[in-house]
Design a protein around this ligand. Sequence first.
Ligand code: SAM
Length: 376
Amino acid sequence: MTDNNFESLFARLGRFPDVEAANLQAWDATDKLLLEAAAGLLQPGGRLTVMGDRYGALTLGALTLGAHPVRVHQDLITGERALRANAEALEIDAGFEHLPLGAGLLEGASLVLLQLPRSLAELEEIADAVARYAAPDVVLLAGGRVKHMSLGMNAVLARYFEDVQPQLARQKSRLLLARRPKPVPAALPFPVTEVNDELGLTVCARGAVFAGTGLDIGTRFLLDFLPRMPHATRAVDLGCGTGILAAMYARANPGARVTATDRSAAAVDSALATSRANGLDGRIDVLQDDAMSSLPDAGADLVLLNPPFHLEAAVHSGAGIKLIEAAGRVLAPGGELWTVFNSHLHYRPALERLIGPTREVGRNPKFTVTASTRRP
Ligand SMILES: C[S@@+](CC[C@H](N)C(=O)[O-])C[C@H]1O[C@@H](n2cnc3c(N)ncnc32)[C@H](O)[C@@H]1O
């Protein structure tokens, strides 16, 4: 396939159900670089695995190279749904299979294409899985935007592979080629578990989860207001990450049933592990979903939210607004959304419009905490 063909495929891809905006696109130069390199490396009968595909560009591009079936892992359910929607729009109904990060995804793989994750912990978990499960002659091609790459990434790969070769950069993207997996210890390195003394809570984290086992400073500020939050029977920790808000709320409110939900598979796995580690698993349900799309309208009394605001490189409030809108749908009249945000984001008008009357309950030099009551 020529450059032009990849580009005409990419031009037809959308990001839906992820946030769409003029400055956000469904592919980048790294996808193209990875596919061009893959074309030269794919052996007849070779088994291809794709990881970190954002919206389907890598997987659908790999299918045009003749790789069938392609095994795919995407951490975000929005990415999974976007790949399926793009495949459907292109009338591709077979050839790839979604699998969790593990043996089923990687066993016997001879070529792995990876859009490099942002965090070194996520890369560590991926590198461990490739070294652990893929074929001994596997080639891992990992690519990213040069501005988001660091020497730390080479170092992580070098812990798991004998041979790691950075390739020349092109169009501001670069590939790292890793071969000859090293033996790995029998125990899986993730989830990582750590006791947070400040909270008296055991926090569990998969590699890809927001903040690892740490406590985000916005979350810490929101937790200052825990004693003032209403005693709900049906509460939701929206965008739960490791599930710290869900666990702290459930512990402080024995009458509450809490749903911890996130679009990231690593997050819901981590939240489940956190709830178990603190003896709260009977009280907290975890759910991987995009903006609570499978929860009923008007079924919750309280939503807790520390919204995301970084969309890829861009600071973009669309992802946060999408979650506020979802909270408006899921809250029963009179129910409350408690949220924390960087004060410069000016979420207040959206909170008033999408939820209802909003009061500021706290502000520090960086963050604002608000409580919004769902209007009838
Ligand atoms: C700032 S982090 C907060 C994590 C956690 N609540 C905490 O306080 O540490 C925002 C979380 O929202 C999740 N998220 C972003 N967009 C989402 C969506 N559309 N649906 C569900 N979760 C989403 C991210 O995966 C991330 O875990």
